[in-house]
Design a protein around this ligand. Structure first.
Ligand SMILES: NC(=O)C1=CN([C@@H]2O[C@H](COP(=O)(O)OP(=O)(O)OC[C@H]3O[C@@H](n4cnc5c(N)ncnc54)[C@H](O)[C@@H]3O)[C@@H](O)[C@H]2O)[C@@H](O)CC1
Ligand SMILES: Nc1ncnc2c1ncn2[C@@H]1O[C@H](COP(=O)(O)OP(=O)(O)O)[C@@H](O)[C@H]1O
Ligand SMILES: [K+]
Length: 514
């Protein structure tokens, strides 16, 4: 699913209005009806108090139009106009008149007034600011938002939590609505998924307001959200007459005394994701461990407790390097010599990234489209400190372009960046914040590349399957008990899940609840 910028959404509105020969007010009405239907389906006329806080732009207009529908269906509403500016939008005014025609008089709030009482069991509809926010909200609006939070009422945000920008991190962290639920028009927003801005959203859902599909399909976006429908076309099935040689040979180089587990986890993940052969290249202290833990893998050794040179005669189809490798001087030398001579597809993780960060000149020797899989700590060593999430993404894009590499920024929503484009993952859970999960990911990605997946697809698909496996595993194991080995174990079911159809089509599901 594409993640559009505010400019693209405004352009889509304009295009849709012209093509479908409707007015902007009709588009607003569609949006409001969609929100109303969503609420009505769940509330079934319940007499809960609904406080609608509406700004004076189009987001406010949506809220005012919604208030009319709620009132027509007998809901218990209170409407407030958050009068932060005198520049009211045309469609806001049209809807305000319609509300007044029905004898509904909103409370106009400004910097002087008192805030209304809101009960903990009430519902707040947040329609103060939408995607048009372009400067910090006034102080009193920030206080109103504090008042929302203090009430403990359920907050439903229209389109985007008020106070969040589309393309930057908010300056005042407390002047942003923390939404329990966001109903986002047509597409989710990038800020729902970034660590500094995603914290304002518990749950979200997209409402289709019928923006022109032709326009949306043709429009290129900087970011894409990766779900099942995006990765399914990437899947390459096995053929009947394939054999182990068909599915690639992974070479994993890593491990040091006390950290042989890292390369073991990567090796088993590479096998589980489907590579035909796996060779693990470890210091001698890891030989027995690996051969015992993983009889399916072949083992090559060098040095006693850390790798001192990387020499082999096998012909791997992809190489993963760095897991638990350490950063001893001789290991760095071996790593540098290896990079200078290697032209095979490569994945670099953990200490491989640390060695790269302290010797950035080595980046020019990376084979084309090398996959780097840093967590934020490793990333900072590579690109330096960033000001905020947007600055981080800009820095990563610059790195990707400079060295033609793919950067997998690991996190709650892992983002795979290649040149100017980012792919935002939707699977995974906090159970994965446990030792070794990153090693598993590097084994998965290397294993997919070895099987013939292009490096970018391997990174995107691998990140998806890694998170999906963990999502399926926590259903029986819970968050706390999840181990990296469980994520490896679940890879088979993650593959199978790709082909699972929803039990009922969503439409039917919705109808049957009515
Ligand atoms: N395609 C869509 O997604 C549609 C979106 N609609 C709604 O339209 C919204 C966008 O509406 P607008 O562009 O009117 O913008 P908003 O309603 O988000 O913002 C209000 C206006 O206030 C001004 N403003 C921004 N920051 C301010 C601040 N801190 N203090 C005072 N004034 C400030 C801006 O100039 C802006 O025009 C969407 O979020 C959505 O709710 C729908 O009504 C129609 C279709
Ligand atoms: N809260 C979370 N939600 C989703 N995924 C997570 C979360 N925390 C960690 N992960 C995932 O788990 C993996 C952890 O990797 P990493 O930090 O390198 O661990 P390690 O070095 O122990 O292997 C990454 O793929 C990351 O995206
Ligand atoms: K809002």
């Amino acid at each position: 699913m594409k993640l559009f910028s505010a400019e693209q959404i405004y352009a889509a509105d304009k295009f849709t209005i012209a093509k479908q020969n409707i007015t902007s007010d009709e588009l607003m009405e569609r949006s409001a009806v969609q929100i109303f239907n969503w609420m009505h389906l769940r509330m079934q006329g319940a007499p809960v108090k609904i406080h609608l806080f509406c700004g004076i732009g189009n987001n406010g207009g949506d809220g005012i139009a919604l208030a009319r529908h709620l009132q027509e269906h007998g809901y218990n509403i209170a409407v407030y106009v958050v009068n932060y500016s005198t520049k009211r939008s045309k469609d806001f005014l049209i809807n305000l008149d319609r509300l007044k025609d029905r004898k509904i008089w909103p409370n106009f709030m400004d910097s002087d007034g008192e805030f209304p009482e809101i009960g903990a069991d009430d519902i707040i509809v947040d329609a103060i600011f939408g995607i048009g926010l372009n400067r910090p909200p006034a102080k009193w609006v920030g206080k109103l938002i504090d008042h929302f939070h203090a009430s403990k009422a359920f907050i439903l945000s229209v389109d985007i939590p008020s106070g969040l920008y589309m393309n930057q991190v908010p300056e005042q962290k407390d002047a942003v609505v923390r939404a329990n639920f966001v109903l986002s028009f047509q597409t989710p927003k990038l800020v729902f998924f970034l660590p500094e801005t995603g914290i304002y959203i518990d749950q979200w859902e997209v409402l289709d307001i019928g923006l022109d599909m032709e326009f949306l399909t043709a429009e290129e976006t900087d970011y894409e959200l990766i779900g099942k429908s995006e990765v399914l076309p990437m899947y390459v099935p096995r053929t009947k007459f394939s054999h182990k040689g068909t599915h690639g040979h992974v070479l994993l180089v890593g491990g040091s005394y006390g950290k042989i587990g890292a390369v073991t986890l990567a090796s088993v993940a590479a096998l589980k994701i489907g590579s035909g052969l796996v060779t693990s290249y470890v210091p001698a202290c890891g030989y027995t461990i690996l051969q015992t833990a993983l009889p399916e893998a072949m083992v090559l050794t060098d040095g006693e407790t850390a790798i001192t040179s990387i020499d082999y005669t096998i012909k791997p189809s992809a190489i993963g390097i760095g897991m638990g490798m350490g950063t001893e001087t001789q290991t760095i030398q071996a790593f540098a010599t290896f990079l200078k001579s290697n032209s095979l597809p490569l994945v670099i993780d953990a200490d491989g990234l640390n060695m790269l960060a302290s010797n950035m000149e080595l980046c020019s020797f990376l084979s084309k489209q090398t996959v780097l899989t840093p967590h934020e700590g490793e990333l900072e060593r590579l690109v330096g400190k960033w000001e905020d999430d947007f600055d981080k993404l800009a820095k990563v894009k610059a790195l990707s372009k400079k060295f033609d590499c793919i950067v997998v920024i690991k996190g709650a929503h892992t983002i795979t960046v290649y040149h100017d484009k980012g792919f935002v993952n939707t699977t995974g859970n906090p159970g994965m914040a446990t030792a070794g999960c990153g090693d598993v990911l590097s084994g998965i990605i290397t294993g997919l590349i070895a099987q013939g997946y292009e490096s970018l697809k391997a990174a995107i698909f691998g990140v998806f399957l890694h998170g999906k496996s963990a999502d399926l595993q926590i259903e029986s194991k819970g968050y706390q008990a999840l181990l990296a080995s469980d994520v490896v174990e679940g890879l088979g079911t993650a593959y199978l899940d790709l082909f699972k159809l929803p039990e009922k089509p969503p439409q039917q599901e919705a109808e049957s609840q009515e």
